[in-house]
Design a protein. Structure first.
Length: 239
């Protein structure tokens, strides 16, 4: 069951704004069955919640699942739960090229790619399609559905604040968001309210004492060009 958290103030609005509210509610409903909780399963059978994850496409008969790379842990198997009592196994499919092949270093100016793709076999779920590319438009409305703090599936809304324009930084080009975020939100797909497409994946929040709301970072969806298939998964994300 999706709990909708209307993070931005929703006061009485003119008739034109009501359509955006209706679109937001519609998007939450559409995304509900596409978003799952990602779990790690140890060799001993212990299961632990990791992050949020979203069905975003198809590879043959399998469903592509998007999350953050730092959610991928060495020596683990993975399961996804879409809000019912069933846990479905996942296959690690694509990771950042420099993590799959440790001899293949990042090129100068190439950002760190906090993104990973899994494959879900034998289960058909609705998808939220990935955008081909992303151009940051300040103020553009976005929505996300995820599991902040490992709680129930929650929908929350916000907007694009800009991009992190610091050449040479690991986070160069990352999307900056004004939106709610908490541990467990990592891996949530950031979806354009206008197009209904995934434009990024939430990976981090940064703040300093007394600074108010944190700045939320998301990896742009077109950074998936830095991912390559995994052959025999022995890679790990950041601990």
């Amino acid at each position: 069951m999706l709990i909708v958290a209307l993070v931005l103030a929703s006061c009485a609005a003119p008739a034109g704004a009501q359509s955006e509210r209706e679109r937001t509610i519609e998007m939450f409903a559409e995304m509900d069955k596409s978003v799952g909780a990602l779990y790690a399963l140890s060799d001993g059978g212990d299961m632990s919640f990791l992050c949020s994850a979203t069905a975003v496409g198809h590879e043959g008969d399998s469903v592509i699942i998007l999350t953050a790379y730092h959610c991928v842990k060495k020596g683990k198997s993975y399961l996804i739960n879409f809000g019912d009592n069933r846990f479905h196994p996942l296959e690690v499919w694509m990771l950042p090229h420099y993590e799959v092949d440790r001899t293949d270093v990042r090129k100068y100016g190439e950002p760190k790619t906090d993104m990973a793709l899994f494959l879900l076999h034998g289960v058909d779920v609705p998808i939220v399609p990935m955008a081909e590319n992303f151009a940051a438009i300040r103020g553009a409305a976005v929505v996300m559905v995820g599991f902040p703090l490992g709680l129930s599936k929650i929908g929350y809304e916000g907007s694009v604040a800009g991009t992190f324009d610091r050449p040479g930084s690991d986070d160069a080009g990352y999307i900056l968001l004004q939106i709610f975020g908490a541990p467990g939100s990592s891996g949530s797909a950031v979806v354009s309210l206008r197009t209904g497409e995934v434009i990024g994946v939430l990976v981090a929040g940064r703040s300093s004492r007394g600074s108010g709301l944190p700045v939320i970072f998301a990896t742009p969806i077109d950074y998936r060009r830095y991912l390559i298939p995994v052959a025999g998964d022995d890679s790990e994300g950041d601990e």
